[in-house]
Ligand binder design. Structure first.
Ligand code: ATP
Ligand code: MG
Length: 396
């Protein structure tokens, strides 16, 4: 068979992977591209994350290549640096018994590719591709992709008993690819859904994020419901609320999940970061303002990205808003300042002018000053605000 490169069908970013395979073969071992990259290659979808599987042991890989990084030798993975690009090379392995429904009790390195493919989750993820572009497809992966089906490798019930996360991965792939979950595979998930509670929240968070960010989030949410997985996970998975949702930003996904659930504690439950929490808090505050009818000075509290996200939420939630996004932006641009931070005075100024101690009054007064500036009652200038401050306070 001709080399791929001669046939000009090789994705350019795969050249490094092919080079690495060549080296491994020259040293007398087998190596193939494997997993998600092969699936996406068959689907003609871009995937720059090319993993290699090999008959060589980790030490043998380390001996073949001058630049390697040990990222998980116990699991057989060595990072090979080729042309400064890191490529994951993992030794063929089988996984022994799974007593905790999460991780194999031990992994064993083997010299047979078929053994390695057998341990993989779905038929579409269990294919290998040779350096020359030949598919090793022992489980009808290509046929199932053609039928747009997610199908467990081997006995679905056994595979989900080994590792419960695979159930959520099935739903995630359904949302990413707009595939259906094959009947027996789906029945096995329904039967074993409760075991999803054995999986670490951080790993569940990753899969939920991928569902939110997928091109078909509503399909994923519907599958969460129908598969019974939703029953054992915190939050409502109400497909109707997700019909219009579309985002490639995970934080936007989590903010929307909190909005439709009216519950921000979900972020803590799913171990989201403080940065995520900050973002969600702001978006939901902006959303509240928009729904109630946002006031001019409130436009200054929120950054453009936050406001834009909150505005999208009103559309996705079918909230009646009597203003277009363009009008809202124009309103903001027409204000004398563009951010609350641009206000010419600080709390220190207020304390100095009033000889009063620090207290909640400062926040209220700054807010009033901001209001006066955006309304055009006073110019955003320290001296003028001082006069305005004394005038309003003397009145009071
Ligand atoms: P993505 O595009 O999201 O990276 P992927 O298919 O590459 O999708 P990874 O999580 O990167 O998914 O895993 C790489 C490969 O490892 C999978 O294609 C699959 O063959 C195998 N795999 C990953 N997780 C599991 C699992 N929990 N059980 C069995 N095989 C798995
Ligand atoms: Mg991957």
């Amino acid at each position: 068979m001709k080399e791929w490169s001669q046939r000009k069908m090789i994705p350019k970013q795969w050249q490094n992977a092919i080079d690495v395979i060549n080296h491994i073969e020259q040293a007398g071992f087998e190596a193939f591209i494997v997993g998600g990259a092969v699936r996406d290659y068959y689907l003609k979808k871009e995937n720059n994350d090319v993993d290699i599987t090999t008959s060589a042991l980790p030490e043998e890989i380390q001996a073949i290549f001058p630049h390697t990084i040990d990222v998980g030798i116990a699991h057989g993975t060595v990072l090979v640096l080729h042309q400064e690009e890191p490529i994951e090379v993992t030794t063929y392995r089988t996984e022994s018994t799974y007593t905790d429904h999460r991780r194999p009790d031990a992994v064993h390195f083997v010299r047979d590719l078929a053994e390695d493919l057998k341990r993989r989750d779905f038929t579409m993820n269990a294919m290998a591709l040779s350096r020359t572009g030949e598919f090793i497809d022992l489980y009808d992966g290509r046929k199932h992709i053609d039928e747009r089906l997610i199908c467990a490798v081997g006995n679905a019930e056994e595979r989900f008993t080994e590792d419960a996360l695979r159930m959520l991965r099935a739903v995630r792939f359904a949302a990413q690819l707009n595939f259906k979950i094959e009947e027996q595979t789906f029945a096995a998930i329904q039967k074993q859904a409760a075991s999803i509670t054995l999986i670490a929240m951080e790993r569940i968070q990753v899969e939920l994020s991928k569902i939110f960010m997928s091109p078909f989030p509503a399909q994923g949410i519907q599958y969460m419901q129908e598969s019974q997985l939703a029953k054992y996970l915190a939050g409502d998975f109400d497909e109707a609320a997700w019909q219009l949702f579309q985002s490639d930003n995970r934080q936007v996904g989590w903010a929307y999940f909190c909005l439709v659930n009216q519950d921000v504690t979900l972020l803590t439950h799913y171990r989201c970061s403080n940065k995520d929490k900050q973002f969600v808090k702001q978006v939901l505050a902006a959303y509240e303002c928009l729904v109630k009818g946002i006031e001019k000075r409130q436009l200054l509290y929120f950054e453009g990205e936050i406001l834009r996200t909150a505005y999208q939420f009103t559309l996705w939630q079918k909230q009646p808003i009597n203003i277009t996004w363009e009008q809202l932006q124009q309103q903001k641009l027409a204000l004398p300042i563009q951010s609350a931070k641009q206000l010419a005075i600080t709390g220190q100024d207020l304390m100095a002018w009033s000889h009063k101690k620090r207290g909640p009054w400062i926040k209220d007064m700054l807010d009033a000053a901001l209001q006066a500036v955006v309304n055009g009652d006073v110019v955003n200038d320290k001296q003028q605000i001082k006069e305005w401050f004394h005038a309003t306070n003397d009145e009071g």
